[in-house]
Design a binder for this molecule. Sequence first.
Ligand code: NAD
Length: 316
Amino acid sequence: MDKRKIVLVGTGMVGMSFAYAALNQNACDELVLIDINKERAIGEAMDLNHGLAFSRTAMKIYAGDYIDCHDADIVVICAGVNQKEGETRLDLLSRNAKVFESIIKPVLESGFNGIFLVATNPVDIMTRITYDMSGFECSKVIGTGTTLDTARLRYLAGDYFGIDPRNIHGYVIGEHGDSEFVPWSQALIATKPIYDVIKDNKEKFSLSELEEIATQVRTSAQQIIKAKGATYYGIGMAIVRIVRAIFQNENSVLTVSSRMDGNYGLTDVFLGNPCIINRNGVRSLLELTLQRDEFTKLRDSATVLNESYKQLHIKE
Ligand code: NAD
């Protein structure tokens, strides 16, 4: 690829954590910043550019406009509004759907023909909305899904078993939210199933502690929000990881949010599941051999997402 170009829409905490990580990891050659608050985007571009002299890249960074999407490879969307006091989740969702209308339309008008990567919450539904609005093939519309949750799982499970997180092969799947879960029957340390590790080491490890880890993963965003107001570094780095898998044509497996197409008997819904990511976006989904209770959890998670999506359209 000649020039790796990303347009970032939404230069708030998440967007700029991504931009900062992208600069430090030389994740692209050109980075365009767009925000409804143009002055903010200009200030952020200046700030990053002033760090260029200390970085190992010659990245071109500037505050731009939607027309700059015309030759971009990836449009990363981190723009969104926050929940107001007394506002329901659905109200927030419908306001964010309006935000997306104001973004996707001009991106398409620019002639953009690359990959959409969405981080705005509720991410699975916002990704589905992006797919609907863009008319792009589903392989080109990706949500961050449970990529970050899976990283949190590996970190916590690695700590519990005293194993490098990179050798923990486990995934968080489903909604990025309350109905997400860990299919433990599919989790391995190297090539050994975690269930067998527990069976062989009953004095040290237990299933109930595994479930505590899953709960910690599910609630860690709330814990961080309680402590410091918002989460952004982890998701910023997760976005860079997905971008790298795309630009380097890695065929890496990441739990992004993508469209179910008969997988697990589900259609249309977007949710987090291991997917093979390369230059073309989502090459394919890995359908896991879930146990019956895990299968029920996945279907329940899909139902939660489908209900919100339907309610949004009823509200409109
Ligand atoms: P933030 O308020 O700091 O930033 C949001 C930015 O969006 C602001 O700069 C705002 O001006 C901009 N914006 C609003 N409307 C816009 C529009 N119509 N066009 C262009 N820009 C617009 O919020 P944040 O902390 O950066 O969070 C951003 C989103 O990321 C939220 O939806 C948050 O829930 C989500 N998030 C996702 C994950 C994940 O795992 N997917 C993790 C953390 C946060």
